[in-house]
Write a protein that binds this ligand. Structure first.
Ligand code: AMP
Length: 209
């Protein structure tokens, strides 16, 4: 299965990817997780990405396309993968097609903007492994640490001003790719305004798993 998870920031892509990765036995490739890892490591890529991410802007297409192509060429992607947060623009979607990557399905998670703002301001994540948490919906373990032992943090771009900018960028640059894949008959839409469990049940059923 080669699956794209599409949806605005805070739609639950990372959370659903976590479940689907286990169920399908395939890797999740998250450009956000890769870029944040590069930022933590202080690499040239990380320094460049930080300038965009901190403002809620998209990292340039050629940069992101490069890291995704490299990642997809690795052995553990041979039997399929889940893309979380990529593609995010029409040129990125076209780059995937031009690289000969045949996507099976695009799962579009649908949720209103105001729910997103509430969700993202309460979101936390593991600094080490990227596992998502939420102050209301998926509280951090009692130990205060992630299940992997990592430190739990709030992302710098999960503040209201940056969140609103990321939502605007989503509508302007990312939403059009739904139409791109719909014209290829690949899009399956799921309402993700409910709980994690409700969304997950809808996702499993929509994908016929
Ligand atoms: P995410 O973790 O998917 O919400 O991504 C966080 C930030 O990383 C985004 O707001 C962008 O600045 C950057 N980013 C992640 N994926 C991409 C992508 N496919 N194209 C451009 N920028 C991206």
């Amino acid at each position: 299965m080669k699956l794209i998870l599409l949806g605005p920031p805070g739609a639950g892509k990372g959370t659903q990817a976590e479940v689907l990765t286990k169920k399908l036995g395939i890797e999740t490739i998250s450009t956000g997780v890769m870029l944040r890892a590069a930022m933590r490591d202080g690499t040239d890529l990380g320094k460049l990405a930080k300038e965009y991410i901190d403002q809620g802007k998209l990292v340039p297409d050629e940069v992101v396309v490069g890291i995704v192509k490299e990642r997809l060429s690795q052995d553990d992607c041979k039997n399929g993968f889940i893309l979380d947060g990529f593609p995010r623009t029409i040129p990125q979607a076209e780059a995937l097609t031009n690289a000969g990557v045949e996507i099976d399905k695009v799962l579009s998670l649908e949720v209103d903007d105001e729910i997103i703002v509430e969700r993202l301001t309460g979101r936390r994540e593991c600094k080490a492994c990227g596992t998502p948490y939420h102050i209301k919906n998926k509280p951090v373990p009692e130990s205060g640490k992630c299940v992997c032992g990592g430190e739990i943090i709030q992302r710098a771009d999960d503040n209201e001003e940056t969140i609103r900018n990321r939502i605007k960028v989503y509508h302007e640059q990312t939403e059009p790719i739904k139409e791109y894949y719909a014209s290829l008959g690949k899009v399956v839409s799921v309402d993700s305004a409910g709980t994690v469990e409700e969304t997950n049940a809808a996702v499993i059923s929509a994908l016929g798993l």
